[in-house]
Design a protein around this ligand. Structure first.
Ligand code: HEM
Length: 194
């Protein structure tokens, strides 16, 4: 069956199943009001994009990067080419970051619109996450474009320097992700800063 062999169909199947759950829940009369539903779907989108982003951040930091050193130049060239694993990771990684931010801003604006003053937990957690988003889009991705050869013309020395710069940004994100997630969770359930 297509959904077990084609990842795009599997993704669509997951969304269809979620839509069925929303439809049944709403039709039962026990579901949320429409404005709560919109906020709820934004929260769900935020988690979905967030786990995609941070899952790949951990894959990169704990699995891919530590194993790259031992690979030959030919293997690396294969891993970096169009449609390769590394390019796919970078695509999901950077768009995961973008949609996490977009949904996070929608949630923040929803809180303000609803008359809630966002507490310090979410302000600090959101700030950490925005720094992480900046690192992805303005340091890691521009460097990767040159390292992977999407933007041509970088010398081997330049690629080495860009790799170091991207690694520092990526490790910074790994470190920030841990308190960031603590603050995302604490903001609605067990605030540290009121
Ligand atoms: C990119 C910038 C981000 C912004 C601006 C942001 C903003 C927000 C806001 C405003 C909320 C709602 C808090 C509340 O209802 O009290 C929230 C909740 C949450 N965020 Fe983020 N966020 C960001 C990144 C992330 C990332 C990367 C993750 C990682 C998965 C994440 C995970 C969560 C979780 C799990 C919650 C739910 C807390 C709960 O309701 O239990 N956020 N975020």
């Amino acid at each position: 069956m297509g959904i077990f062999t084609n990842h795009k169909l599997a993704l669509i199947a997951g969304f269809v199943l979620a839509a069925v759950i929303v439809g049944i829940g709403m039709a039962s009369g026990n579901g949320p009001a429409i404005n709560e539903l919109v906020g709820g779907l934004a929260r769900w989108g935020h988690f979905l994009a967030g786990i995609t982003w941070i899952g790949l951040l951990y894959y990169l930091n704990f699995c891919q990067v530590p194993s790259m050193g031992g690979l030959s130049a030919d293997t690396k060239a294969d891993l970096f080419k169009t449609d390769s694993v590394v390019r796919r990771v970078m695509w999901w990684f950077r768009w995961g970051a973008m949609f996490t931010l977009i949904f996070g801003i929608i949630l923040y604006m929803g809180m303000m619109h609803g008359g809630m003053t966002p507490g310090w937990d979410i302000r600090i957690g959101g700030l950490f996450a925005i720094i992480m988003w900046f690192n992805v889009w303005f340091i890691i991705w521009p460097a990767q474009k040159k390292i992977l050869g999407i933007v041509e013309g970088a010398t081997a020395d330049e690629k080495l320097a860009l790799g170091k710069r991207a690694l520092i940004a990526s490790r910074t994100n790994t470190i920030l992700s841990i308190p960031m997630l603590l603050l995302m969770a604490s903001s609605a359930h067990f605030r540290f800063f009121g």
